[in-house]
Design a protein around this ligand. Sequence first.
Ligand SMILES: [Zn+2]
Length: 142
Amino acid sequence: MIKYKLFCKDCDLEFDSWFASSNEYERLKKKELLACHKCNSLKVEKTIMAPRLINSKSKIDEKINLEKYNKVKKTIIDYQRFIKDNFKYVGDNFTYEARSIHYNNKKKSKGIYGRASKEDLKELKEEGIDAQMIPWIDENEN
Ligand SMILES: [Zn+2]
């Protein structure tokens, strides 16, 4: 429900009216179903929206979610930096490289990171190869 303050251009009466939505207001107005309570004039206009209808709670929730997201994002980016510093990027060759490390017993090789699908990861796991999926954020994206 939405409350509008309506104003009659003919008799200057101001009155409040409730509508299911702003679209309903437009619809009633178009059909000339909006009339002044006092003089029945159709020259009724919407003035400002009553301030109590501004829903600030959802704005606060949005802000909290954004803060949470930013915190998580920072953790992920820190984690990414650690991985970038300590692991070798192999891009789309991840599953291939992971297998060659596993099967060829490639000694003291750095850990690797790269892209793989969920199916690839599942297969690796079945072969006893340890791989973790982590969320990845492009640092350039803001
Ligand atoms: Zn009027």
